[in-house]
Design a protein around this ligand. Sequence first.
Ligand SMILES: [Zn+2]
Ligand SMILES: [Zn+2]
Length: 479
Amino acid sequence: MELKKSVLIGIGVLGAIGIGYVVYWDYMRHNNKEFRNKWKRGRKKSAKRRKAAVEVAKDRITNFVKKAVDEVSKESFPTDVTAKEKYFMDQVSNGETLLAEGKERHLDAALCFYKALKVYPNPVELIMIYQKTIPEAVVNVIYEMMSFEVKKKKAEYFENFPPRDMNVRVEKISESSSSDDHIRRGLFATKDFWPGDVIFDEQPIASALDPDLETGDYCSYCLKELSGDPINDDTDLFEAVYCSKTCHEKAMSEYATLLFTNRDKTGKESKESQLVHLVKSGNVKYPLMIARFLAKMVHEETQKVITGEEEEYSTWDHIERLPLLNVPPNDKETNEIKLLRELFAAKVPGMEEFISEERYLMLKGKLMYNSFGISTTREIRENTQEMVRTSESSVIGAGFYRVASYMVHSCDPNIMINFPNRNNVISVVATKQIKAGEELKTSYIRVGNRTLESRRNELESKWKFRCTCAKCLSESTSD
Ligand SMILES: [Zn+2]
Ligand SMILES: [Zn+2]
């Protein structure tokens, strides 16, 4: 029983925590390509007369894969550790029995191994074990299943998200161009609202104070103005302060321990200190938000391994469909990328490769395009040079949200953005009567008495679009 032994060894070395999920999908994409290429090569070699038979076999596999993945997706898997272990061992041993029964049972065997993957805490590792221990043809069927599962989940994303109780859904905007790369989406109400009604509240994926405000007046985690005694941490190079024990603990576990606790004892300036310097001296919040975002992703993966529980969609899945700005690479970004890669490389296996230039710029472009300015104070503060969506003059930081991001701009919006708890939780409130099915629109800029030209200029220079909202069109003679 070679496989069982390998799996047991695998469980033994499970201690190392990687960023399984992300690496896993990248890995899958790569493997599928290889698989497809192999398949193509194989087909070229095969004689013409065998072509029909191959097609039939391929169809049989494809149909089997679809049916199996659909069924497995409806199955509920054990959640406690002992039951999971049992389920896992049962599937693996069933798979082995079926393998031993010959080629005819290969598809059924693949299904067992695929099911075993669903409860195994580190799928990448298990796949590597499979590659060494079971026939290649069977491993390839498992890849097909995983790849089909990813496609299925992606296709169903907007059916499952946002959750129904948020009273909104995301839809394609009809007048948009047909090019798939630039699908424009908007956020639509799923029920009627009256002016003053809260449509939804939302926690950010990542948020940050303007770094020049990290001086002790606001909570570094939730951005609330501090009243009582602030909480801080001697080990924290960033010297953040927090409004409560809860904020302190959340920040430490989600990102601060990873990013700002210096473990370099060589006396050289550590990467952690360099990051503090980059953020504070440049007063730039986006590199900080990206660092927190990446650290939080690692945290999510770690939690998944520890608790064995998994959200249906990862943070990465959530941001994938959001619009973005094109950020051309320059020295500033090259520097940011280099620093983050080095900082993460020493702590999390796989992250150095993950933080590619392309990915970093994409992430930055998403943060810049979608982040909302957070106003938790009445103090008037002119905005810093970094762009955020806001119509306020008291912005102290930025928040990046999964759902609110989908709202498009209008100079005559039907909602307003509030921060009712005076922290980073955003609240979308109707300012007009909104019927179910109507699109929600927010203003990315301060409108006031500004002229058409002034509004359009700001939108064009920051968000790179020419506003053709109803207000702009009614004021314009040329359009
Ligand atoms: Zn706080
Ligand atoms: Zn406009």
